[in-house]
Design a protein around this ligand. Structure first.
Ligand SMILES: Nc1ncnc2c1ncn2[C@@H]1O[C@H](COP(=O)(O)OP(=O)(O)OP(=O)(O)O)[C@@H](O)[C@H]1O
Length: 420
């Protein structure tokens, strides 16, 4: 018995051992990797260098506001330029500190201030706890710590819109004015955002000091994405395993989306992973299409997780109709199942008009398809279809306490809900 088991085990592993290896170094395709060169960002790099170079002459550089859509290389370019600035400033004996904060995580005034103070903790011996001090005191410490000696401090606030949406713009007001209260140190801010409407949230005074200089990152086109991918592919894959069509297809698909280099790199990596799992000798176009499908589904699952409660219940109503073979359905059909589900969960249902808005939102997010069709003299109605497989929605709800009871609800043709 034991011997038989061992043989099986060996054959299971050997099957994979002798297959063609696809990745030479997969890390090169990960988001955290900083490439040595950044194709098609020469203009933005030059502009940033131009704005920051006064530091080396002992002058305070302007604050910079960097914006552009997601995956256009904002973060990687700012890191690339500031790392070079740190290197060169040592040569010129100019003390420069760059503090990088991601405001998706560091999302309150207190945390921003505390993180800056703590950046200097070895030098100052001061460490602010992550909660607990009055904000004024953290601010006072910040000024003291910064001013311990002459230096330039560049604070990079990535995803700055998240900070402002969560905690307002007081912190930006303070930071953009802090130089008037410092004697030795000089502070400059680099704010990065992919929300192009973010400026509307800012007090005009904050906006004008934050965006003394603006650097725009336009989306990449398919050719540019191809160059970016080619450069990475050489390091990431073994020679000859990438079919010629793979990189151009990844580039074209990501360009169609919105010129997102992150999406292009994800497509290339996931295509390779799928080929590896299938034990294919090469990565081909077929793997790219599968990768596209997988990424779309994964993204949609992430979006579903963050929907508000009533949108989730509404989506479940559509899932039930789908399982019952009743799609496409119209708003009225969906609303009646939604109302029953609310009853079951002991929740007050929203009005049909509100649900109609939420249907449009789900449509915009690509989770459902709600097409308006004309019914001749009966007016217009919506035809609602589902864009995700029902079991994926159920798998998500299984982990949510409020929604878990819905998993045991099923529906018969008469549109009556059955529980259990
Ligand atoms: N010109 C480029 N050359 C090489 N890699 C690039 C280039 N532009 C972007 N990338 C890569 O694409 C990915 C996304 O880039 P980055 O994180 O800088 O985008 P972003 O504009 O900051 O996006 P977001 O607004 O979503 O944070 C990273 O892995 C980055 O290394």
């Amino acid at each position: 018995m034991l011997q038989e088991g061992q043989t099986n085990l060996r054959s299971l592993f050997e099957k994979y051992l002798h297959t063609q290896r696809i990745f030479k170094n997969k890390d090169v395709l990960r988001h955290s990797y900083t490439p040595r060169e950044l194709p098609h960002r020469r203009e933005q790099i030059e502009t940033l260098v131009h704005i920051l170079v006064p530091v080396l002459r002992g002058e305070t550089p302007s604050n910079i506001f960097v914006y552009g859509k997601t995956g256009t290389g904002k973060t990687v370019t700012v890191r690339y330029v500031t790392e070079d600035l740190m290197r060169i400033s040592q040569k010129y004996n100019v003390p420069v500190d760059v503090i990088y904060l991601n405001c998706e995580i560091v999302d309150t005034q207190y945390r921003v201030l505390a993180n800056i103070v703590n950046h200097f903790k070895e030098e100052s011996g001061v460490e602010v706890p992550l909660v607990g001090w009055p904000t004024d005191e953290v601010y006072a410490q910040l000024k003291k710590v910064l001013d311990m000696r002459e230096r330039f401090v560049i604070i990079v606030l990535d995803e700055i819109d998240k900070l402002v949406k969560k905690s307002g713009d007081d912190i930006l007001y303070s930071l953009t004015r802090i130089n008037t209260e410092l004697k030795k140190a000089k502070v400059s801010i680099i704010g990065i955002s992919n929300d192009l409407r973010f400026k509307e949230y800012l007090d005009p005074r904050v906006l004008s000091s934050l965006s003394e200089e603006e650097v725009v990152f336009p989306p990449y086109d398919a050719n540019q994405l191809r160059d970016i991918l080619m450069q990475r592919a050489q390091e990431a894959f073994y020679d000859g395993v990438l079919d010629e069509a793979v990189v151009p297809l990844c580039a074209a698909l990501a360009a169609r989306e919105h010129g997102d280099a992150r999406r292009a790199l994800d497509l290339l990596r996931v295509s390779g992973e799928i080929a590896e799992r299938e034990m294919a000798p090469k990565v081909t176009e077929k793997h790219v299409w599968k990768a596209q499908e997988k990424i779309e589904q994964d993204t949609m699952e992430e979006v579903i997780k963050t929907l508000p409660l009533h949108s989730k219940i509404l989506l479940y109503a559509i899932v039930l109709l789908d399982e019952n073979g009743e799609l496409p359905a119209n708003t009225g059909d969906v609303y009646s199942v939604y109302k029953d589900l609310c009853d079951y969960l002991d929740l007050e249902p929203l009005t049909q008009r509100r649900i109609s808005d939420l249907i449009n939102e789900l449509d915009m997010l690509g989770i459902i398809n709600a097409k308006v069709v004309s019914k001749g003299r009966y007016g217009r109605t919506k035809e609602i279809r589902l864009n995700i497989t029902p079991y994926k929605v159920k798998n998500i709800y299984r982990f949510e306490e409020t929604l878990r009871p819905l998993i045991s609800v099923s529906m018969l043709k008469q549109r009556r809900l059955f529980y259990g």
